[in-house]
Design a protein around this ligand. Structure first.
Ligand code: PMP
Length: 367
């Protein structure tokens, strides 16, 4: 049987080993006689799963001790409201939030934040069709914003920051808040450069339902009074992500993914593989004009590779031929069309090789 490779942008491919382990532990976790799904979140079994997942994640991302790791619900879009509700109270009201607009997801964050604060779009690549990140020297930052929000990997547009912006001197030390939903754990990051890192789990971490927030301790404790208690990070942190019932099964699977990552050699080893996978695909795309890419080379995402067939009338044939070859979910987001290959940590290089071979053959036959 042909191997199946799943290029979905999220929920996305998970490591086979993790799924096999979850299957083998489904009915009886470590002799407890229970499935993880059936356990009280306050019992010793689940508490040990949560503690292990948090400490493995801390180790993988080298999270400094003055940062809290919170496991929440609400997804990336939920955080677009939760973040302002937690952070704008640190400034006189109405506060200002600075945004860098580099694609669909930062765009959604901007829209939501307007309910809670003044919004300053300090830079935008919208008029250039979201082809990259505007040069940071051109950013029109505010003098004293509550924070500066970035989406460091735009999942739909395929734009990734390959640098950490330096805004402190121009913004009275405003914290950087980064939506890393679609590239967290794909590359080494310096957590200490950010005030908040957040993301939905359903791409590089595990199943949907879990939302990760990594927050510097001094940013806790200023939530607006309208902030739901279950989303007040201070409250969540004081209760060790157990203020309300956390998404237990998603946390368990995320924990298995963290252990798998450690067995692969950690994030630095993963990053090398991700560089190699992305290079393979982009080198091929650059070698042909049958397929087109739109993002400037220095901002290309290693995780999400949008591309277009020059002759878009072939789109349906491309997708169905790909599916026949076991190459699944390559359709681009409906807002931008075309194709997109998401090549997260769990996508083996063989999957990218199979994709490139298929694309080459499809182009040859069509020409
Ligand atoms: N931010 C980014 C970068 C995303 O890719 C997504 C989901 N694709 C979201 C936010 C929204 O996440 P959710 O669907 O979990 O609300």
């Amino acid at each position: 049987m042909k191997p199946i490779y799943n290029f979905s942008a999220g929920p996305a491919v998970l490591p086979k080993e993790v799924l096999q382990q979850a299957a083998s532990e489904m009915l009886d976790w470590h002799g407890s006689g229970m499935s993880v799904m059936e356990m009280s979140h306050r019992g010793p079994e689940f508490m040990s799963i949560l503690a292990q997942a948090q400490s493995d994640l801390r180790e993988l991302l080298n999270v400094p001790s003055n940062y809290k790791i919170l496991f929440l619900q609400g997804g990336g879009l939920g955080e677009n409201a939760i973040i302002p509700m937690n952070l704008v109270g640190r400034k006189a009201q109405p506060a200002t939030i600075d945004f860098i607009h580099t694609g669909s997801w930062s765009g959604k964050s901007i829209k939501e934040a307007k309910k809670y604060a003044n919004v300053n779009v300090a830079a935008s690549s919208e008029s250039a069709g979201f082809d990259g990140v505007p040069d940071q020297g051109t950013w029109n930052l505010s003098a004293d914003p509550a924070y500066v929000h970035l989406c460091t990997n735009e999942t739909i547009d395929g734009v990734e920051y390959h640098f950490v912006p330096d805004v402190a001197a121009r913004t009275n030390n405003a914290p950087l808040v980064a939506d890393m939903s679609s590239h967290i754990l794909s590359r080494v990051i310096d957590v200490s450069k950010y005030g908040v890192i957040f993301g939905g789990a359903q791409k590089n971490i595990g199943p949907a339902g879990l939302t990760l927030v990594i927050v510097r301790e001094d940013l806790l404790g200023s939530a607006l009074s309208i902030c739901p208690s279950a989303f007040d990070w201070k409250n969540v942190s004081d209760n060790d992500s157990m203020y309300n019932t956390p998404p237990t099964y998603s946390i368990y699977i995320a924990g298995l993914v963290f252990q798998w990552l450690k067995r692969q050699g950690g994030v630095a080893a993963m990053e090398q593989q991700n560089i190699a996978k992305a290079k393979l695909l982009y080198d091929f795309l650059d070698s042909t004009d049958f397929y087109v890419t739109r993002v400037a080379k220095e901002y290309r995402s290693r995780m999400n590779v949008p591309f277009y067939l020059k002759d878009e009338s072939l789109n349906a044939a491309f997708l169905s031929a790909a599916k026949e070859q076991g190459l699944l979910q390559l359709k681009g987001h409906k807002s931008v069309g075309g194709m997109r290959a998401s090549i997260y940590n769990a996508m083996p290089i063989e999957g990218v090789q199979a994709l490139v071979a298929f694309m080459r053959e499809f182009a040859r036959k069509a020409q």
